[in-house]
Design a protein around this ligand. Structure first.
Ligand code: HEM
Length: 383
Protein backbone atom coordinates (compact mmCIF):
# COMPACT_ATOMS: atom_id res chain seq x y z
CA UNK A 1 0.00 0.00 0.00
CA UNK A 2 3.05 2.29 -0.22
CA UNK A 3 1.72 3.92 -3.39
CA UNK A 4 -1.75 4.56 -1.96
CA UNK A 5 -0.31 5.94 1.28
CA UNK A 6 2.08 8.18 -0.61
CA UNK A 7 -0.79 9.89 -2.43
CA UNK A 8 -2.24 10.94 0.95
CA UNK A 9 1.21 12.07 2.15
CA UNK A 10 1.58 14.23 -0.97
CA UNK A 11 -1.80 15.83 -0.32
CA UNK A 12 -0.65 16.67 3.21
CA UNK A 13 2.60 18.14 1.86
CA UNK A 14 0.73 20.36 -0.61
CA UNK A 15 -1.49 21.58 2.19
CA UNK A 16 1.59 22.42 4.27
CA UNK A 17 3.12 24.19 1.30
CA UNK A 18 -0.01 26.37 1.13
CA UNK A 19 0.18 27.10 4.85
CA UNK A 20 3.81 28.23 4.66
CA UNK A 21 2.75 30.82 2.07
CA UNK A 22 0.16 32.16 4.52
CA UNK A 23 2.30 32.58 7.62
CA UNK A 24 2.75 28.90 8.48
CA UNK A 25 0.14 28.52 11.23
CA UNK A 26 -1.23 24.97 11.33
CA UNK A 27 -4.16 23.68 13.36
CA UNK A 28 -2.27 20.46 14.04
CA UNK A 29 -4.98 18.07 15.17
CA UNK A 30 -7.36 19.13 12.39
CA UNK A 31 -4.77 18.77 9.64
CA UNK A 32 -3.50 15.42 10.86
CA UNK A 33 -7.04 14.10 11.25
CA UNK A 34 -7.58 15.11 7.62
CA UNK A 35 -4.46 13.18 6.63
CA UNK A 36 -5.46 10.01 8.50
CA UNK A 37 -8.95 10.21 6.97
CA UNK A 38 -7.38 10.37 3.49
CA UNK A 39 -5.26 7.31 4.36
CA UNK A 40 -8.06 5.16 5.75
CA UNK A 41 -10.49 6.27 3.01
CA UNK A 42 -8.10 5.17 0.27
CA UNK A 43 -6.51 2.10 1.88
CA UNK A 44 -9.68 0.81 3.51
CA UNK A 45 -12.69 2.09 1.65
CA UNK A 46 -11.48 2.69 -1.92
CA UNK A 47 -12.63 6.28 -1.54
CA UNK A 48 -10.55 9.21 -2.71
CA UNK A 49 -10.79 12.15 -0.26
CA UNK A 50 -8.81 15.32 0.26
CA UNK A 51 -9.96 16.09 3.76
CA UNK A 52 -7.72 19.13 4.19
CA UNK A 53 -9.09 20.80 1.10
CA UNK A 54 -11.79 23.33 2.07
CA UNK A 55 -14.14 21.80 -0.47
CA UNK A 56 -13.93 18.49 1.42
CA UNK A 57 -16.17 19.85 4.18
CA UNK A 58 -19.08 18.69 2.06
CA UNK A 59 -17.68 15.15 1.59
CA UNK A 60 -19.91 12.75 3.56
CA UNK A 61 -16.89 10.51 4.25
CA UNK A 62 -14.97 13.37 5.85
CA UNK A 63 -18.01 14.75 7.71
CA UNK A 64 -18.98 11.37 9.17
CA UNK A 65 -15.37 10.40 9.85
CA UNK A 66 -14.77 13.52 11.89
CA UNK A 67 -18.11 13.20 13.64
CA UNK A 68 -17.51 9.59 14.69
CA UNK A 69 -15.40 10.62 17.66
CA UNK A 70 -17.77 13.27 18.98
CA UNK A 71 -18.51 11.16 22.01
CA UNK A 72 -21.40 11.96 24.28
CA UNK A 73 -19.76 11.72 27.76
CA UNK A 74 -23.03 10.63 29.38
CA UNK A 75 -23.40 7.78 26.89
CA UNK A 76 -19.78 6.70 27.44
CA UNK A 77 -20.15 6.78 31.23
CA UNK A 78 -23.38 4.75 30.97
CA UNK A 79 -21.81 2.16 28.66
CA UNK A 80 -18.91 1.75 31.07
CA UNK A 81 -21.04 1.61 34.20
CA UNK A 82 -24.49 0.15 33.48
CA UNK A 83 -25.47 -3.51 32.96
CA UNK A 84 -26.28 -4.63 29.41
CA UNK A 85 -30.12 -5.02 29.84
CA UNK A 86 -30.41 -1.37 30.98
CA UNK A 87 -28.23 -0.22 28.08
CA UNK A 88 -30.41 -2.16 25.64
CA UNK A 89 -33.49 -0.53 27.19
CA UNK A 90 -31.92 2.93 26.77
CA UNK A 91 -30.92 2.10 23.20
CA UNK A 92 -27.22 2.65 24.04
CA UNK A 93 -25.76 -0.13 21.90
CA UNK A 94 -22.72 1.66 20.43
CA UNK A 95 -20.75 4.55 21.91
CA UNK A 96 -20.50 6.27 18.51
CA UNK A 97 -23.02 8.65 16.88
CA UNK A 98 -25.36 6.28 15.05
CA UNK A 99 -25.80 8.34 11.85
CA UNK A 100 -22.07 8.28 11.28
CA UNK A 101 -21.58 4.60 12.05
CA UNK A 102 -24.47 3.76 9.71
CA UNK A 103 -22.84 5.80 6.97
CA UNK A 104 -19.73 3.60 7.12
CA UNK A 105 -21.78 0.41 7.25
CA UNK A 106 -23.70 1.40 4.11
CA UNK A 107 -20.59 2.61 2.30
CA UNK A 108 -18.77 -0.68 2.90
CA UNK A 109 -21.81 -2.65 1.79
CA UNK A 110 -21.98 -0.67 -1.47
CA UNK A 111 -18.27 -1.18 -2.18
CA UNK A 112 -18.43 -4.92 -1.56
CA UNK A 113 -21.52 -5.31 -3.75
CA UNK A 114 -20.05 -3.23 -6.56
CA UNK A 115 -16.79 -5.16 -6.59
CA UNK A 116 -18.54 -8.48 -6.62
CA UNK A 117 -20.99 -7.38 -9.32
CA UNK A 118 -18.44 -5.81 -11.66
CA UNK A 119 -15.54 -8.10 -10.70
CA UNK A 120 -13.34 -5.04 -10.03
CA UNK A 121 -10.21 -5.37 -7.86
CA UNK A 122 -8.12 -2.83 -5.92
CA UNK A 123 -5.17 -3.16 -3.54
CA UNK A 124 -6.90 -2.30 -0.27
CA UNK A 125 -8.27 -3.80 2.94
CA UNK A 126 -11.73 -4.52 1.57
CA UNK A 127 -10.19 -6.39 -1.36
CA UNK A 128 -8.00 -8.42 1.02
CA UNK A 129 -11.12 -9.45 2.88
CA UNK A 130 -13.10 -10.23 -0.27
CA UNK A 131 -10.21 -12.37 -1.54
CA UNK A 132 -9.58 -14.18 1.69
CA UNK A 133 -11.30 -17.31 2.79
CA UNK A 134 -11.98 -18.75 6.19
CA UNK A 135 -12.20 -22.27 7.45
CA UNK A 136 -15.04 -23.35 9.61
CA UNK A 137 -14.83 -26.40 11.83
CA UNK A 138 -17.42 -28.93 12.70
CA UNK A 139 -15.48 -29.72 15.83
CA UNK A 140 -14.33 -27.60 18.79
CA UNK A 141 -14.12 -24.00 17.53
CA UNK A 142 -11.84 -22.97 20.38
CA UNK A 143 -9.18 -25.47 19.42
CA UNK A 144 -6.57 -22.92 18.37
CA UNK A 145 -3.75 -25.37 17.71
CA UNK A 146 -6.02 -27.48 15.52
CA UNK A 147 -6.99 -24.35 13.60
CA UNK A 148 -3.36 -23.36 13.10
CA UNK A 149 -2.40 -26.86 12.01
CA UNK A 150 -5.11 -26.89 9.37
CA UNK A 151 -4.28 -23.35 8.27
CA UNK A 152 -0.65 -24.42 7.72
CA UNK A 153 -1.79 -27.22 5.52
CA UNK A 154 -4.54 -25.28 3.83
CA UNK A 155 -3.01 -25.56 0.38
CA UNK A 156 -2.84 -29.34 0.58
CA UNK A 157 -6.04 -30.30 2.32
CA UNK A 158 -6.70 -33.94 1.67
CA UNK A 159 -10.05 -35.30 0.60
CA UNK A 160 -10.55 -36.64 4.11
CA UNK A 161 -9.77 -33.34 5.84
CA UNK A 162 -12.06 -31.47 3.52
CA UNK A 163 -14.87 -33.69 4.75
CA UNK A 164 -14.34 -32.66 8.37
CA UNK A 165 -13.73 -29.00 7.55
CA UNK A 166 -16.38 -26.81 5.97
CA UNK A 167 -14.69 -24.48 3.50
CA UNK A 168 -16.09 -21.01 3.15
CA UNK A 169 -14.83 -19.30 -0.01
CA UNK A 170 -14.83 -15.77 1.41
CA UNK A 171 -15.70 -13.79 4.49
CA UNK A 172 -19.38 -12.97 4.23
CA UNK A 173 -20.71 -9.49 3.70
CA UNK A 174 -21.50 -8.82 7.37
CA UNK A 175 -18.02 -9.94 8.41
CA UNK A 176 -16.36 -7.67 5.87
CA UNK A 177 -18.51 -4.70 6.86
CA UNK A 178 -17.79 -5.28 10.56
CA UNK A 179 -14.03 -5.48 10.01
CA UNK A 180 -13.91 -2.43 7.74
CA UNK A 181 -15.88 -0.29 10.19
CA UNK A 182 -13.74 -1.56 13.07
CA UNK A 183 -10.58 -0.64 11.12
CA UNK A 184 -11.85 2.89 10.73
CA UNK A 185 -12.78 3.22 14.40
CA UNK A 186 -9.58 1.63 15.69
CA UNK A 187 -7.22 3.15 13.16
CA UNK A 188 -8.26 6.73 12.58
CA UNK A 189 -8.17 8.63 15.86
CA UNK A 190 -5.31 6.56 17.33
CA UNK A 191 -2.93 7.25 14.45
CA UNK A 192 -3.98 10.91 14.21
CA UNK A 193 -3.31 11.29 17.92
CA UNK A 194 0.26 9.94 17.67
CA UNK A 195 1.25 12.25 14.80
CA UNK A 196 -0.37 15.24 16.53
CA UNK A 197 1.59 14.68 19.73
CA UNK A 198 4.84 14.27 17.77
CA UNK A 199 4.34 17.63 16.02
CA UNK A 200 3.63 19.19 19.40
CA UNK A 201 6.89 17.80 20.80
CA UNK A 202 8.78 18.93 17.69
CA UNK A 203 7.58 22.50 18.25
CA UNK A 204 9.09 22.32 21.75
CA UNK A 205 12.23 20.29 20.95
CA UNK A 206 14.28 21.65 18.08
CA UNK A 207 17.16 19.26 18.84
CA UNK A 208 15.01 16.14 18.47
CA UNK A 209 13.55 17.45 15.24
CA UNK A 210 17.00 18.17 13.79
CA UNK A 211 18.38 14.78 14.78
CA UNK A 212 15.50 13.11 13.00
CA UNK A 213 15.98 15.39 9.98
CA UNK A 214 19.65 14.29 9.73
CA UNK A 215 18.69 10.64 9.91
CA UNK A 216 16.00 10.71 7.23
CA UNK A 217 18.06 12.99 5.00
CA UNK A 218 20.94 10.48 5.06
CA UNK A 219 18.53 7.72 4.06
CA UNK A 220 17.09 9.85 1.25
CA UNK A 221 20.61 10.66 -0.01
CA UNK A 222 21.67 7.02 -0.01
CA UNK A 223 18.54 5.66 -1.65
CA UNK A 224 16.89 5.99 -5.01
CA UNK A 225 13.88 7.97 -3.77
CA UNK A 226 12.09 7.55 -7.09
CA UNK A 227 11.88 3.85 -6.25
CA UNK A 228 9.15 4.14 -3.62
CA UNK A 229 9.39 0.50 -2.50
CA UNK A 230 13.10 0.73 -1.81
CA UNK A 231 12.98 4.19 -0.23
CA UNK A 232 10.04 3.42 2.08
CA UNK A 233 11.57 0.05 3.03
CA UNK A 234 14.69 1.90 4.17
CA UNK A 235 12.65 4.41 6.21
CA UNK A 236 10.84 1.57 7.94
CA UNK A 237 13.81 -0.72 8.52
CA UNK A 238 16.90 1.45 8.85
CA UNK A 239 15.85 4.53 10.78
CA UNK A 240 16.33 3.77 14.51
CA UNK A 241 15.75 7.37 15.60
CA UNK A 242 12.51 7.61 13.61
CA UNK A 243 11.38 4.44 15.34
CA UNK A 244 12.46 5.82 18.74
CA UNK A 245 10.55 9.11 18.25
CA UNK A 246 7.35 7.25 17.39
CA UNK A 247 7.75 4.79 20.29
CA UNK A 248 8.36 7.61 22.75
CA UNK A 249 5.26 9.48 21.54
CA UNK A 250 3.16 6.36 22.10
CA UNK A 251 4.83 5.91 25.50
CA UNK A 252 4.18 9.47 26.67
CA UNK A 253 0.75 9.86 25.06
CA UNK A 254 -0.76 6.38 24.60
CA UNK A 255 -3.92 6.97 22.50
CA UNK A 256 -5.60 3.95 24.15
CA UNK A 257 -5.19 4.71 27.84
CA UNK A 258 -6.08 1.32 29.25
CA UNK A 259 -6.44 -2.32 28.26
CA UNK A 260 -9.07 -4.77 29.37
CA UNK A 261 -8.94 -8.51 29.96
CA UNK A 262 -11.63 -10.76 31.40
CA UNK A 263 -10.52 -13.56 33.71
CA UNK A 264 -11.07 -16.79 31.76
CA UNK A 265 -10.86 -19.46 34.44
CA UNK A 266 -11.06 -20.09 38.17
CA UNK A 267 -8.07 -20.07 40.52
CA UNK A 268 -6.32 -17.09 38.93
CA UNK A 269 -4.35 -14.58 41.01
CA UNK A 270 -3.41 -11.13 39.74
CA UNK A 271 -0.53 -9.53 41.68
CA UNK A 272 -1.23 -12.06 44.44
CA UNK A 273 -4.93 -11.17 44.64
CA UNK A 274 -7.37 -14.00 43.84
CA UNK A 275 -9.85 -12.98 41.12
CA UNK A 276 -13.02 -14.82 40.13
CA UNK A 277 -13.69 -16.10 36.64
CA UNK A 278 -15.50 -13.44 34.60
CA UNK A 279 -14.02 -10.45 36.47
CA UNK A 280 -12.90 -7.61 34.20
CA UNK A 281 -9.30 -6.46 34.79
CA UNK A 282 -8.37 -2.95 33.73
CA UNK A 283 -4.71 -2.41 32.89
CA UNK A 284 -3.88 1.30 33.20
CA UNK A 285 -1.57 1.89 30.22
CA UNK A 286 -1.17 5.62 30.85
CA UNK A 287 -0.13 5.02 34.48
CA UNK A 288 2.30 2.24 33.53
CA UNK A 289 3.88 4.46 30.85
CA UNK A 290 4.26 7.28 33.38
CA UNK A 291 5.67 5.19 36.23
CA UNK A 292 9.02 6.83 37.16
CA UNK A 293 10.41 3.48 38.35
CA UNK A 294 10.12 2.18 34.81
CA UNK A 295 10.55 5.37 32.80
CA UNK A 296 12.67 7.89 34.76
CA UNK A 297 11.43 11.49 34.30
CA UNK A 298 8.32 10.22 32.59
CA UNK A 299 7.08 13.69 31.61
CA UNK A 300 10.22 14.31 29.53
CA UNK A 301 9.92 13.43 25.84
CA UNK A 302 13.10 11.41 25.42
CA UNK A 303 13.25 9.15 22.32
CA UNK A 304 16.67 7.86 23.45
CA UNK A 305 14.85 5.49 25.79
CA UNK A 306 13.97 3.47 22.69
CA UNK A 307 17.32 3.61 20.87
CA UNK A 308 18.90 0.18 20.32
CA UNK A 309 21.74 0.93 22.80
CA UNK A 310 19.19 1.54 25.60
CA UNK A 311 16.73 -1.22 24.81
CA UNK A 312 18.15 -3.43 27.59
CA UNK A 313 16.88 -0.86 30.13
CA UNK A 314 13.27 -1.38 29.08
CA UNK A 315 11.21 -3.58 31.39
CA UNK A 316 9.15 -6.32 29.67
CA UNK A 317 5.39 -5.65 29.51
CA UNK A 318 5.71 -1.97 30.44
CA UNK A 319 5.39 -0.71 26.87
CA UNK A 320 1.76 -1.52 26.10
CA UNK A 321 0.56 1.26 23.77
CA UNK A 322 -0.46 -1.43 21.26
CA UNK A 323 -1.44 -3.89 23.99
CA UNK A 324 0.28 -7.24 24.26
CA UNK A 325 -0.27 -10.97 23.84
CA UNK A 326 -2.41 -12.72 21.24
CA UNK A 327 -5.07 -9.95 21.22
CA UNK A 328 -2.74 -7.01 20.77
CA UNK A 329 -3.36 -4.38 18.09
CA UNK A 330 -3.85 -6.01 14.72
CA UNK A 331 -3.24 -2.70 12.93
CA UNK A 332 0.13 -1.97 14.57
CA UNK A 333 2.26 -2.47 11.45
CA UNK A 334 -0.18 -0.52 9.32
CA UNK A 335 -0.20 2.37 11.84
CA UNK A 336 3.59 2.43 12.25
CA UNK A 337 4.03 2.43 8.49
CA UNK A 338 1.60 5.32 8.04
CA UNK A 339 3.14 7.38 10.86
CA UNK A 340 6.77 6.76 9.90
CA UNK A 341 6.34 7.38 6.19
CA UNK A 342 4.49 10.61 6.89
CA UNK A 343 7.08 11.82 9.42
CA UNK A 344 10.00 10.79 7.22
CA UNK A 345 8.70 12.94 4.36
CA UNK A 346 7.50 15.91 6.42
CA UNK A 347 10.64 16.55 8.50
CA UNK A 348 12.75 16.64 5.34
CA UNK A 349 10.79 19.61 4.04
CA UNK A 350 9.41 21.47 7.05
CA UNK A 351 10.51 22.70 10.44
CA UNK A 352 8.11 23.01 13.36
CA UNK A 353 8.24 25.72 16.00
CA UNK A 354 5.94 27.23 18.62
CA UNK A 355 3.20 29.60 17.51
CA UNK A 356 2.38 32.49 19.89
CA UNK A 357 -0.42 30.47 21.50
CA UNK A 358 1.08 26.94 21.38
CA UNK A 359 0.40 25.56 24.89
CA UNK A 360 3.26 24.45 27.14
CA UNK A 361 1.57 21.13 27.78
CA UNK A 362 -1.12 19.27 25.91
CA UNK A 363 -4.71 19.17 27.12
CA UNK A 364 -7.12 16.37 26.40
CA UNK A 365 -10.85 16.10 25.82
CA UNK A 366 -12.71 15.15 28.98
CA UNK A 367 -15.14 12.25 28.91
CA UNK A 368 -13.43 10.46 26.03
CA UNK A 369 -12.33 6.85 26.44
CA UNK A 370 -9.18 7.77 24.50
CA UNK A 371 -6.43 10.35 24.83
CA UNK A 372 -7.95 12.96 22.53
CA UNK A 373 -5.80 16.11 22.22
CA UNK A 374 -7.64 19.43 22.26
CA UNK A 375 -6.88 21.59 19.19
CA UNK A 376 -3.68 23.66 19.20
CA UNK A 377 -1.59 25.54 16.64
CA UNK A 378 2.09 25.18 15.71
CA UNK A 379 4.06 27.14 13.14
CA UNK A 380 5.81 25.50 10.21
CA UNK A 381 8.44 26.87 7.86
CA UNK A 382 10.11 25.45 4.78
CA UNK A 383 13.67 24.12 5.10
C1 HEM B 1 -0.94 4.31 16.68
C2 HEM B 1 -2.07 3.73 16.34
C3 HEM B 1 -2.74 2.65 17.14
C4 HEM B 1 -2.69 2.38 18.48
C5 HEM B 1 -1.89 3.12 19.55
C6 HEM B 1 -3.53 1.22 18.71
C7 HEM B 1 -3.72 0.64 19.94
C8 HEM B 1 -4.48 -0.50 20.16
C9 HEM B 1 -4.63 -1.14 21.44
C10 HEM B 1 -4.02 -0.69 22.75
C11 HEM B 1 -5.43 -2.22 21.26
C12 HEM B 1 -5.87 -3.23 22.35
C13 HEM B 1 -4.82 -4.31 22.42
C14 HEM B 1 -4.90 -5.22 23.63
O1 HEM B 1 -5.95 -5.29 24.30
O2 HEM B 1 -3.87 -5.91 23.93
C15 HEM B 1 -5.79 -2.26 19.86
C16 HEM B 1 -6.58 -3.23 19.28
C17 HEM B 1 -6.96 -3.21 17.97
N1 HEM B 1 -6.53 -2.35 16.99
FE1 HEM B 1 -5.22 -0.83 17.22
N2 HEM B 1 -4.07 0.82 17.53
C18 HEM B 1 -3.62 1.65 16.54
C19 HEM B 1 -3.90 1.59 15.18
C20 HEM B 1 -4.73 0.67 14.61
C21 HEM B 1 -5.04 0.59 13.20
C22 HEM B 1 -4.46 1.50 12.12
C23 HEM B 1 -5.93 -0.43 13.04
C24 HEM B 1 -6.58 -0.98 11.80
C25 HEM B 1 -6.30 -0.65 10.58
C26 HEM B 1 -6.16 -1.00 14.34
C27 HEM B 1 -6.99 -2.07 14.58
C28 HEM B 1 -7.14 -2.68 15.81
C29 HEM B 1 -8.02 -3.82 16.04
C30 HEM B 1 -8.89 -4.50 14.99
C31 HEM B 1 -7.90 -4.16 17.39
C32 HEM B 1 -8.60 -5.30 18.12
C33 HEM B 1 -7.70 -6.50 18.07
C34 HEM B 1 -8.30 -7.72 18.79
O3 HEM B 1 -9.15 -7.56 19.67
O4 HEM B 1 -7.87 -8.85 18.48
N3 HEM B 1 -5.42 -0.32 15.27
N4 HEM B 1 -5.18 -1.22 19.21
Amino acid sequence: MYGIMNIAIEKLMSYMEERTKRGGLVNTKKVISGFTIDIIASTGFATETNANDDRAKESPFVKNGLNLFNFNPLKIASILALPRPILDFLGFTVPFPEDSINFFINLTRQIVLERKKNNVKRNDLIQLMIDTYALEFDGDKDDYSHLMAVMDEKETLTEQKQHSTKMKKTLDETEIISQAVLFFIAGFETTASVLTTIFFEFAHNKEIQERLFEEVLTIAKNTDTSNLDEYFDQLLKNAPYLNAVVSEAIRKYPPVVRLERRVGSDGIKVAGIPVDKGVLIEIPTYAVHHNPEVYPNPEVFNPDRFMPENKHLLVPYTYIGFGDGPRNCIGMRFALQEIKLCLGQIVQKYQFCKAPDTPKTLSFKKGSPMLNTLPFFVKISKR
